[in-house]
Ligand binder design. Structure first.
Ligand SMILES: Nc1ncnc2c1ncn2[C@@H]1O[C@H](COP(=O)(O)OP(=O)(O)OP(=O)(O)O)[C@@H](O)[C@H]1O
Length: 305
């Protein structure tokens, strides 16, 4: 488990992370989202003790990362896949990591096989493609068989097959009861991979909720109702207007925002209104995310929609 309390990092006038309170729980994949410059990498660096907080604490299972006697066996992380010795082979890179952290060298071949690099173990890291570098970085994160895993943009540079592989890996690590904390800008991928979402903007917490809740709360999630009888349609519309955020009508249809389909169905039943269709039209995570972060984007240009 990762626990952040009042975590703050200032660089001069820039507040990169602003009083962040957060618990990242085991047994699920937690997606860490936010626009460029939101403070995701800075937060992850502070959890790993690579940056000192200006205020607040970042604890892993109740202790700062550096206080664990074998940190790599507690937390595995991929922050920067390019941070490799260019002339060292994949295997030697991992052997050096294992030796300096008191981990068994026998684990090296196991993790190389898990990430699918067993055929290129002798190749120099400097000759690796971006995707191979990502896989080697992930191998390094898995080396200590840690309970907590953090990945900063792990699918960066991976082909579709690699992206699917990372998705399966994250899901299986969480299913084993580990804490998996992963940042990404790929919303479609996060929608498939994550159970819980943490969204930050300008260093502040915007949302911490299950993926399904983030989508359900989006104003782009609506309920479509088809009512064959016009008088019934008007009765149901008038009743819904009292509790919905918005009700639009067109022909024999109502499009309702802010009331779940179950409630619309119950109301129709109460009012004796016959329905021909009742369907939730869910927003995509991307739509929900764009709405949540609309006020927090620092580096952007207007896009005509
Ligand atoms: N070493 C540093 N010195 C000064 N400012 C920094 C430093 N590291 C980060 N920042 C600033 O802190 C803010 C947060 O940056 P950070 O890299 O954590 O964001 P991020 O959410 O990871 O962004 P991205 O999605 O672009 O990777 C930015 O304004 C950035 O310019």
């Amino acid at each position: 488990m990762i626990t952040l309390e009042g975590l703050t990092k200032r660089y001069g006038d820039t507040c990169a992370v602003d009083s962040l309170d957060l618990t990242v729980s085991p047994g699920r994949v937690t997606g860490f989202l936010g626009p460029n410059g939101a403070g995701k990498s800075t937060t992850m660096r502070m959890i790993l003790g690579l940056d000192a907080p200006t205020e607040g604490t970042a604890l892993v299972d109740g202790r700062p990362y550096a206080d664990w006697p074998a940190p790599l066996a507690k937390v595995g992380a991929l922050l920067d896949a390019k941070a490799l010795h260019p002339r060292r082979s994949a295997r030697n890179h991992l052997i050096a990591m294992a030796r300096s952290n008191g981990l068994p060298v026998s684990r090296v071949d196991e993790v190389l096989s898990v990430v699918g690099l067993d055929s290129v173990t002798g190749k120099r890291a400097g000759e690796f493609s971006l995707g191979m570098g990502q896989r080697l970085g992930i191998a390094g994160a898995l080396l200590g068989d840690p309970e907590v895993l953090m990945f900063d943009e792990p699918v960066n540079g991976l082909d579709p097959d690699g992206v699917r592989w990372v998705r399966g890996l994250m899901r299986s690590l969480a299913a084993e009861g580990r804490t998996v904390f992963v940042s990404s800008h790929l919303m479609s991928e996060m929608q498939l991979t994550a159970d819980q979402l943490v969204v930050i903007g300008r260093g502040r917490l915007i949302a911490d909720a299950p993926v399904a809740d983030v989508i359900a709360r989006s104003s782009r999630t609506t309920v479509a109702v088809r009512v064959p009888d016009r008088a019934h349609l008007a009765v149901l519309r008038d009743r819904l207007i009292a509790e919905a955020e918005r009700v639009e009508s067109a022909d024999d249809r109502l499009i309702v925002t802010g009331v779940p389909a179950e409630r619309v169905g119950d109301l129709a039943h109460e009012l004796g209104v016959r329905l021909h269709e009742l369907q939730t039209q869910r927003a995509s995570l991307e739509e929900a995310y764009m709405e949540l972060t609309a006020d927090s984007v620092q580096y952007g240009v207007a896009v005509a929609s």
